[in-house]
Write a protein that binds this ligand. Structure first.
Ligand SMILES: Nc1ncnc2c1ncn2[C@@H]1O[C@H](COP(=O)(O)OP(=O)(O)OP(=O)(O)O)[C@@H](O)[C@H]1O
Length: 246
């Protein structure tokens, strides 16, 4: 299927609570295997849009159409486990549908996310970065055709962050999928070639990063934070080989 085969369309979607429009008149098309970055200030409606796509809430206006059977993967912004609930990493991951990936493919995910030693551990006792890796694995094990990442880099140290961005940029063929990445990391968003949608209740602008920075509304929202092109500087360290990054 080509990059331009449509996967999902939002048509004039709004979500209101009473008189308040959380998102309004949203038109978005996502193609098969396309990566789209979603940015916008706090309260812009990004999480609301994600909930609409996940089907957790229904549009109060407009409609959402899947052009292919959707298999959604979702990596949440936060994951909290009640302190009294025993939940091991392997218990959480066991919820994925085992028929969708081969054993070797599942092992690829465990190996690349360095999860093998974490499997017997309690979710409650994991560090932030370890939790993110488990949540990423959980989303991928379902072999989604649309993967939604909600601020996936929160709480990650710079090395792990660089590594995780690279991981999602270079997913192997068997995991290739469309991605919607909610991000506050303008530097990552603007250095890539992925389509960017800037939300501020409505879509205030969208396009390739090179086109985006020049629109007036974008400048107003982000101009003061986005003055210089980003230069990517992984923190090299004599004592840490790239494979030790995790
Ligand atoms: N159930 C609700 N009832 C009332 N207001 C809500 C509800 N859910 C969200 N809101 C409000 O809607 C607005 C959009 O919220 P949303 O969480 O979608 O924003 P966001 O772009 O994800 O923000 P952030 O970057 O801070 O995570 C916010 O002002 C929020 O307070």
């Amino acid at each position: 299927m080509s990059h331009h085969t449509p996967l999902l369309s939002l048509t004039d979607v709004s979500y209101h609570i009473g008189q308040q429009g959380l998102v309004t008149n949203i038109d978005i098309d996502i193609a098969v295997n396309e990566t789209v970055s979603l940015i916008g200030p706090n309260g812009a409606g990004k999480s609301t849009l994600v909930k609409l796509i996940l089907g957790l809430i229904q549009p109060t206006q407009g409609h959402i159409t899947a052009h292919q059977p959707l298999q959604l993967g979702y990596m949440p912004q936060r994951f909290t486990v009640a302190p009294i609930l025993p939940l091991r990493v392997q218990d959480l991951l066991a919820q994925a549908d085992k028929r969708r990936l081969t054993l070797a493919q599942r092992q690829f995910i465990f190996d690349n996310l360095s999860l093998n030693h974490l499997l017997p551990r309690q979710m409650l006792h994991l560090s932030g970065g370890e939790t993110q890796r488990v949540l990423m694995a959980r989303a991928l094990l379902d072999k989604p055709n649309l993967l939604i990442l909600d601020e996936p880099m929160q709480g990650l140290d710079p090395n792990t962050e660089v590594w995780l961005y690279q991981f999602i940029d270079e997913l192997p063929d068997f995991l290739r999928c469309a991605m919607l990445v909610v991000s506050h990391d303008l530097h990552w968003v603007m250095k890539g070639s992925r389509r960017v949608i800037c939300l501020n209740k409505h879509i205030c602008c969208e396009g390739q990063p090179s086109e985006l920075a020049i629109t007036a509304e974008f400048q107003k929202l982000f101009g003061h934070h986005y003055e210089q092109p980003y230069v990517h500087k992984p923190h090299h360290c004599e004592h840490q080989a790239p494979s030790d990054v995790l």
